[in-house]
Design a protein around this ligand. Sequence first.
Ligand SMILES: CC(=O)N[C@H]1[C@@H](OP(=O)(O)OP(=O)(O)OC[C@H]2O[C@@H](n3ccc(=O)[nH]c3=O)[C@H](O)[C@@H]2O)O[C@H](CO)[C@@H](O)[C@@H]1O
Ligand SMILES: C=C(OP(=O)(O)O)C(=O)O
Length: 435
Amino acid sequence: MEKIIVRGGKRLKGRVRVHGAKNAVLPLIAASILPSRGDLVIQDVPMLEDVKTITQVLESLGIKADLNEEKCSIKINAENLTSTQAPYELVRKMRASSVVMGPLLARKKHCRIPLPGGCAIGTRPIDQHLKGLKALGVEFEIGQGYIEGRVPDRLRGTKIYLDVASVGATQNIMMAAALAEGRTIIENAACEPENVDLANFINAMGGRVRGAGTDTIRIDGVDFLHGTEYCVIPDRVEAGTYMAAAAITRGEVFVEGALSDHLKPVIAKMREMGVEVLEGENGIHVRAEGELKSVNVKTLPHPGFPTDMQSQMMALLLTANGTSTLTETVFENRFMHVEEMKRMDAKMKVDGRTVMIEGGHPLSGTTVRSTDLRAGAALVLLGLIADGETEVTDLYHIDRGYVDLVGKLRALGADVERVTEEELQERMKAKHSYA
Ligand SMILES: CC(=O)N[C@H]1[C@@H](OP(=O)(O)OP(=O)(O)OC[C@H]2O[C@@H](n3ccc(=O)[nH]c3=O)[C@H](O)[C@@H]2O)O[C@H](CO)[C@@H](O)[C@@H]1O
Ligand SMILES: C=C(OP(=O)(O)O)C(=O)O
């Protein structure tokens, strides 16, 4: 088992480049099932475990998909789509693989995928995905842990109102509607930047999607989609994580590639705390010094404060003076990191969906467990200012969403390393034999 070891006390300084967005590239790769003609090339693909998993899902469907780690790109040709069944071993690793449903139903009028199940941050139902796809003409059977969808006639555009502005449901419906007959209108659609990226990608393949980024999306179905070349948007959560790292250590960091338009709520809250944030054309400059003010934060669907930045923000609030509150409204169980942070002497109290955070107290390093990918990153960030050594375990979460977190933090001056259990044992042995 590998661990990240952080020794606190270093002020981060320098420049860090953000990779392409995980949450944008996953639906883009799923949408690559749609074109029946030509090659697709996606650029600035982050080489993450999740990206490898969704690529394997495509390969399991008979699609040619070549990830080029050096060029950070993927080349896909879906002309030879032979299967409509996604394997359990892959889908269970990553909930986002349920977004292959829409494209499979659009291309082959059939799909069979394992029920994604709950996860560390909540139950995460997919009722809105199913409601939308049913409205387009899909019939579903659910049993023995699988969902099977069939289109008896053909997909037909219609008006769909989502009860919850679900990111994944909007994606699944958008992709199915891209090849449906007539116009589909999604109301109360999720307007996250990743969904705008998906709409732009579908349009680059010859689709007709309008209104993405607002709560009403119109999709006019076309007969077929074709290959294209496309570059994924930068990862706003990765960018926000390094912005938080800079502020926590009272450092000065230029986050290259970060788009301020995608990070408005994060920038606003950091400024309210007293962090200096300069928005540039090529990135965001963050600088913090001395005492920061406590603030109240509530996570919301975009353009509200993103739930995927909640735990990193919590880490930052622990360094502010006074009491802050952080309310999670998107997921019902996204506070598992609170108990881990308390193990580092963080002063916090959970009351329903709100955490009271008493900032400004010293933190101490100890062994803590990543409970989800953002929580894992947040614990590493806390380790940057804790006394002594912090060991973060369960790194498979972090590997789902961060390219080389350790290398990037080290380049900014952090005292952090990734070691295997064996290496740690060797070190202990060497220490004892020396003593
Ligand atoms: C791979 C990916 O892009 N993941 C992101 C995506 O997840 P994901 O697409 O799963 O998130 P959703 O927007 O669907 O979920 C938001 C809320 O809606 C609920 N819900 C969702 C679907 C549904 O059919 N019924 C229902 O009740 C969920 O339980 C949750 O409470 O958006 C989330 C919200 O910004 C982010 O935290 C995730 O990082
Ligand atoms: C929760 C996240 O991802 P997923 O939806 O894939 O679990 C995330 O990226 O923070």
